[in-house]
Design a protein. Structure first.
Ligand SMILES: NC(=O)c1ccc[n+]([C@@H]2O[C@H](COP(=O)([O-])OP(=O)(O)OC[C@H]3O[C@@H](n4cnc5c(N)ncnc54)[C@H](O)[C@@H]3O)[C@@H](O)[C@H]2O)c1
Length: 273
């Protein structure tokens, strides 16, 4: 059965019932790509979603899309690379909304540094670690005391298929940073599980966001792209909606027994390579 053929029993649509009514979710770097898909998904399920991003135009765009659907999205301009910006933005969020139930550490990317290890500089390494690891660590550190006080929290970290299996596309710095996020997840899951807080890693394969589409067209020939698709058993790349659905699962109250897990979401590609 496809989604459009019957939908979810609770709503009759493709989206389950309002599992996040009354919940506040923070998604970092979420004005575009995967984060945007997740923000709209959680908001459609009833969450108030605080969207951080440094791109003002894209923040306006996601807010306009959300408001057209009557969804509750609070766009906040934050450059997460600026010192103290993250702690200040978490304090402002709590002052405005009073709680944080869900944190999606979405900020990340290969920053399009060269994929061959010997072509990467130390500066490339530092930049990629700062975006993929340090920004998420700082956000988690600022958010956790609020979740602990509430005795409830759901943290979803964005890993990557690259962090699980390596990549000849993104390179060693990105692969190591995403592996670090998986390790970080395990520690947070163990330390904070007793407070009602779960932490899991979601590892997407290639998801056709506008950025990935342009990177693939720069770095892969049409023939190589066809061969790539042939390695994905479901015969297509992923979409932000695919990842949004998986994030919604891990972020829901009902997933409270899923903790420290790694969820591969790549159409089965990891079995082919
Ligand atoms: N797209 C994929 O194929 C894919 C695959 C596996 C994992 N991931 C991971 O998923 C996450 C999202 O990836 P994506 O491809 O959707 O990202 P993206 O590059 O499409 O979007 C990233 C967003 O981050 C914002 N941003 C960048 N630097 C920022 C900063 N300093 N402060 C605030 N905002 C900032 C940008 O403005 C943009 O809106 C990342 O962690 C990525 O590593 C993506």
């Amino acid at each position: 059965m496809t989604r459009s053929e019957g939908g979810h029993p609770a709503t009759g649509s493709g989206v389950p019932a309002r599992r996040f009514a009354g919940r506040v979710a923070l998604i970092s770097a979420a004005a575009s790509g995967i984060g945007r898909g997740a923000a709209l998904r959680l908001a459609r399920e009833g969450a108030t979603v605080v969207v951080w991003d440094r791109d003002a135009a894209m923040l306006d765009d996601v807010a306009t899309a959300a408001h057209a659907e009557g969804l509750s999205i609070d766009p906040v301009m934050v450059d997460m690379m600026q010192p103290d910006a993250i702690a200040a933005a978490v304090a402002a969020l709590v002052a405005r909304h009073g709680r944080i139930d869900v944190l999606v550490n979405n900020i990340g990317g290969s920053l399009h540094t060269p994929f061959r290890f010997l072509d990467q500089s130390d500066q490339d390494w530092e930049r990629v670690m700062a975006v993929n690891v340090t920004a998420c660590v700082q956000t988690t550190r600022a958010v956790l005391p609020h979740m602990m006080a509430a005795g409830y929290g759901r943290i979803v970290n964005l890993g990557s298929k690259a962090g699980r299996f390596g990549s000849l596309f993104a390179g060693a710095n990105y692969v190591a940073s995403k592996g670090a996020m998986q390790g970080f997840t395990l520690q947070i899951a163990q330390e904070f599980g007793p407070y009602g807080i779960t932490c899991n890693t979601l590892c997407p394969g290639a998801i056709l966001t506008p950025r990935v589409e342009s990177l693939l067209s720069q770095r892969k020939s049409p023939e190589e792209r066809t061969r790539m698709l042939e390695t994905i058993p479901v015969g297509r790349h992923g979409t932000p909606e695919d990842i949004g659905a998986a994030i919604a699962f891990l972020a829901a109250e009902e997933a409270g027994f899923v903790n420290g897990a790694t969820l591969d979401i790549n159409g089965g590609q990891s079995m082919s390579i």
